[in-house]
Design a protein around this ligand. Structure first.
Ligand code: SAH
Length: 355
């Protein structure tokens, strides 16, 4: 449990029930107290030990001394007038800020969470990586984003996507613990099938994930169909070739039986030709992948532009002609948009206010 410490104290929300029992046992408490506390933390999403009203007052006070209980502070909420999408900027206990997004779909409500403060992957089109990686998020801090959004919207969250700031597989152990806590039947109990993790393609971690026996969906941010083009826009492509990525995808599918999603951000004049679409179909087809096309969100610091509507449609048609299951990401909250990481970035540039 060494890794779940904040200010030298155990980070109580990152502990599973067994670990919590051991911690409380060491404090001389009976094991049913752990079950009670776990419910307050993960079902009722309390922000303070004082709210745990079925625990004796003395125990609540000892816990306050012994543990660190994380809670997010809401810095800003932007709500779309078009579809109810909400973007949250949350402040963590150490002053860092992260973004989360709430989306309402026909099949339920979804939260998109961040997995790191910043990112070190350096994708050229992405705002989250412009000032590098600050630190990894703890399991508790990923859970807090889901809990805070559920609490503030009053809606039951059915889907969680790890597609906000950060590379989740670069924070592997904390991500896995987060998923286990999130899907635990004694907690929020989100179905593993309703959890999606998006990666820029860290091959060793993809292979490791395949062996965890989780029914989650893995999404691969492919964005280019030749190694040369991929290296231009994603530095990680210097480490792993598309061939190695496809091998890792095949392995993931074989191990888990779960089909992979390819994410493909369309950048005008860069990766949106008919030939690109044909090659993408050839990569996706043998793996039965679903392709999710994302019209690129222009980032102020970069000169990439969106493909025009006709190009996007033509690209989609080529994939469909090749029997690929394809969607164009619905542009949720277009009026409050801003690419991945831009809300946090405008906050940083304004040194704590908005530019
Ligand atoms: N690091 C992970 C998850 C975070 S990004 C990953 O790379 O998958 C979530 C998705 O948004 C990725 O597919 C990412 O490439 C894409 N993305 C980031 N910035 C974007 C932008 N400006 N326009 C369109 N898609 C973007």
């Amino acid at each position: 449990m060494e890794e779940y410490q904040i200010d030298g104290k155990p980070d109580v929300k990152s502990l599973d029930l067994g670990e919590l029992e051991r911690e409380l046992g060491a404090m001389g408490e009976r094991s049913y107290r752990a079950g009670q506390m776990y419910q307050w933390l993960h079902r009722k999403a309390v922000r303070d030990f004082g709210e745990m009203t079925n625990l004796p007052q003395s125990l609540r006070e000892r816990c306050r001394e012994h543990f660190f209980l994380t809670a997010l502070e809401t810095v800003k909420v932007l709500e779309s007038g078009l579809d109810g999408t909400r973007k949250y900027l949350f402040r963590l206990w150490d002053g860092n800020v992260v973004e989360s997004v709430f989306m309402r779909y026909r099949h339920g409500c979804s939260v998109c969470i961040s997995s790191q403060v910043g990112c070190r992957m350096g994708c050229r089109f992405c705002a989250s990586t412009l000032s590098g990686l600050e630190r990894n998020l703890l399991p508790s801090e990923m859970l807090d984003q889901v809990y805070a959004v559920e609490r503030q919207t009053g809606e039951r969250i059915s889907h969680v996507v790890v597609m906000g700031t950060g590379e989740p597989l670069d924070n592997y152990d904390h991500l896995l613990k987060f998923i286990r806590l999130l899907t635990d039947e004694r907690g929020l109990h989100i179905s593993a099938r309703s959890v999606t993790v998006s990666t820029c393609g860290l091959v060793p971690q993809m292979r490791r994930l395949a062996r965890e026996h989780l029914a989650i969906t893995l999404a691969l941010s492919l964005h280019a169909v030749t190694d040369e083009k991929r290296r231009e826009i994603m530095p990680i492509a210097n480490r792993y070739s598309i061939g190695e990525l496809m091998e890792a995808c095949r392995d993931y599918f074989q191990q888990t039986g779960r089909r992979i999603t390819f994410e493909y951000s369309l950048i005008g004049g860069v990766n949106d030709s008919g030939a690109d679409a044909g090659r993408l179909a050839a990569l996706a087809r043998p793996l039965g992948c679903h392709v999710n096309l994302i019209p690129v969100n222009p980032v102020r610091e970069r000169d990439y532009v969106q493909s025009d509507r006709r190009r996007i449609q033509a690209f989609k048609n080529i994939l469909e002609k090749n029997q690929i299951n394809v969607t164009i990401r619905r542009e949720m909250g277009r009026d409050i948009d801003g690419a991945c990481g831009q809300l946090r970035r405008s906050y940083q540039e304004g040194n704590g206010s908005f530019t």
